[in-house]
Design a protein around this ligand. Sequence first.
Ligand code: MF3
Ligand code: CO
Length: 260
Amino acid sequence: MIYLKTPHEIDQIRAACTLVSRTLGEIAKSVVPGVTTQHLDNIARQFILDNGGKPACLGYGGFPATLCIEVNETVVHGFPSNYALREGDIIGIDTVVELNGYNGDMCYTFPVGEIDPQVRRLLETTKQSLYKGIQACKPGNRIGDISNAVQTYCEQHGYTVVREMCGHGIGKKMHEDPNIPNYGRRGIGPVIKNGMCLCIEPMINLGSKNIVIESDGWTCRTKDRKPSAHYEHTVAVLDDQTHILTTFEPIREALGDRFI
Ligand code: MF3
Ligand code: CO
């Protein structure tokens, strides 16, 4: 069941998206060699609470942290830990903020110091594929058009698309219908309509598309342990247009010329 939102509800979701965007901007400065992923989680949790929000991942289905931490081969849903970031790592940071009962969801994959040019291209292509998906997210199109745009762009560049994890609707709940796969045929799936709020989130691998879930029941990594990238925006369809509600601008401001 897809819940269409009123313009007022979309304003509420936009406010949650602004806070989640500022949260990732806040931690961007600390994504440097030597910092532990637990430290990043502590900063994020405090920042969200200080700004009147709720860290929505914390306790969700038993998830133990504010941030999902995705170092190198981790695809999604990794836990913060005492692992200290190293030069050449990549780290995807995915989190959801609840504000006044509505959710905003965003993910960004950061390079840590200088990274391998091949991995840098994976990040650039994955981020670009997110915008290809958003361009296909037009009222009257179908969800499959988003899926196909992401898949086509990434496969053209020689990368593979994770099958098991999807984007999703969002609102009062973090995960609502519809599912938004990052692969599939054009013209299939629900029609995109005014009032939809959607999270588009390509998860793209350098090697094979296969993943495994670790014994903690959450951490999802590539089977071949090659790197995986992940970017996510929350968007809303309103007045026959698609509006991107989250923004990478605070990250750009924090990183300056280190921004990819
Ligand atoms: N953006 C992630 C997702 O849509 C957020 C997961 S929070 C968690 O799956 F608690 F489920 F890990
Ligand atoms: Co999401």
